[in-house]
Ligand binder design. Structure first.
Ligand code: PLP
Length: 396
């Protein structure tokens, strides 16, 4: 029997704060009532702030990030359209597979799992696309499988440099709300996220932000869509409502989560994620283990994917952590199965929670056969987190 707290360190769903859980305990209400916009109005406004857009719109679809991948494609592209995508982890791989299923003509650039979006190769391909055959470029901002954050602004610069008109699609499922995302500044046309990661809510809703340019593309898009029709959704959103029954308790939770985010302040949230991630990475370095991310410029501040040493099966580490210590770590996905495990450090999290993750992962690693010194990772993270007296006084 498992006792005490369940420690959740998968990179989503993340821990849902008490205030959000309580906010969801509401009687059911009439989503067609004239005052329903009192619930939804601030959600749309706050989400725009989280996305870094004043010009774009945000649509909320019951579903998840995957649903919004589909909504982004089916609302703006046409069957047979050529699109450019990189594959460098499980989620970018799944988005490629979806694009193929939806009859897009996908040009895939395969790079190592651990690399970022291949900006130079994208520059070469887009530069050579003289007739503008490529209609969209897809970027997975934060590849959750490998703990790699890619440079969306650099892809925008490449598009601009090539005078290329393709739409820029971004998967921000494990980045938006946790690390900086600047939809307008980066010229992102479609940005996808979900309720269960940085937004600290249960799974069940996907968010899609749409630029003015993408809205224009939506007017001529001929792909088949029904449930995910953006025009229907935005028409109802204008009235503060939905074209079908929305998950009302989830909306209450999301509203509370966004209130909390606005209270903390987005720059503070981003700084907190950076600080916490840095401690986790210091722990991994102290263990002498490698990250999946190939280079420090790619390190994700929301999830760290850690390669287990030769002879240590990452599945054992995850199983031991769960069975013995009631601690959920993220698994190695696809080709990383057995070779890596992940620590999610996004959402409602603090230093103590990260130290717990490190301590329990450390014990699970040792029990799975890794030759690391108990306490080494914890001590390294403490060094990263602790404030020296002079600094602490300054902050008081
Ligand atoms: N994209 C990324 C980067 C993800 O991490 C995930 C889920 O973990 C998804 C897409 C799929 O999102 P969902 O599970 O909300 O459908």
């Amino acid at each position: 029997m498992k006792t005490g707290l369940a420690h959740l360190y998968i990179p989503g769903p993340t821990n849902v704060p008490e205030v959000v859980r309580r906010a969801m305990n509401v009687p059911m209400q009439d989503h067609r009532a004239s005052d329903f916009d009192q619930l939804t109005g601030s959600i749309f406004e706050d989400l725009k702030a989280v996305y870094g857009t004043t010009k774009g719109r945000v649509a909320l679809f019951p579903g998840s990030g995957t649903g919004c991948w589909e909504a982004a494609i089916t609302n703006t592209l046409n069957p047979g359209d050529k699109v450019l995508m990189a594959r460098h982890g499980h989620f970018s791989h799944l988005w490629v597979e979806m694009a193929k299923k939806l009859d897009l003509d996908v040009q895939v650039v395969d790079v190592a799992w651990g690399a970022g979006v291949p900006v130079n190769e994208f520059a070469r391909i887009l530069g050579a696309d003289r007739h503008g055959d490529i209609k969209a470029v897809f970027v997975t901002h934060n590849e959750t499988a490998t703990g790699v954050t890619s440079d969306v602004a650099a892809v925008r610069a490449v598009l601009d440099g090539a005078l290329h008109d393709a739409l820029l699609f971004v998967d921000g499922v494990s980045s938006i709300g946790s690390i900086p995302f600047r939809m307008d500044d980066w010229g992102v046309d479609l940005a996808v996220t979900g309720s269960q990661k940085g937004l600290m809510s249960p799974a069940g809703m996907g968010m899609l932000a749409i630029s003015e340019k993408a809205l224009r593309a939506a007017q001529t898009s001929k792909m088949r869509r029904a449930f995910f029709d953006l025009a229907d959704m935005l028409k109802q959103h204008d009235l503060g409502s939905f074209p079908y029954t929305p998950p009302v308790p989830l909306l209450h939770g999301l509203k509370a989560a966004l209130n909390r985010m606005m209270d903390e302040g987005l720059p503070n949230i981003h700084a907190r994620h950076k600080r916490l991630a840095n401690g986790v990475r210091r722990a991994v370095a102290a263990w002498g283990l490698d990250l999946c991310a190939e280079h420090p410029t790619l390190y994700s501040d929301t999830v760290t994917a850690i390669r287990t040493p030769e002879g240590v099966d990452a599945r054992d580490v995850i199983r031991i952590a769960y069975d013995r210590y009631n601690c959920s770590l993220g698994s190695g996905l696809g080709p990383l199965s057995g070779k890596a495990f992940r620590i999610g450090h996004l959402g409602d999290l603090n230093e103590g929670m990260c130290l717990t993750a490190i301590a329990l992962a450390e014990m699970a690693l040792v029990e799975a056969g890794a030759r690391i010194k108990l306490g080494s990772g914890v001590a390294a993270a403490q060094e990263a987190y602790v404030m020296r007296p002079a600094e602490a006084k300054l902050r008081l």
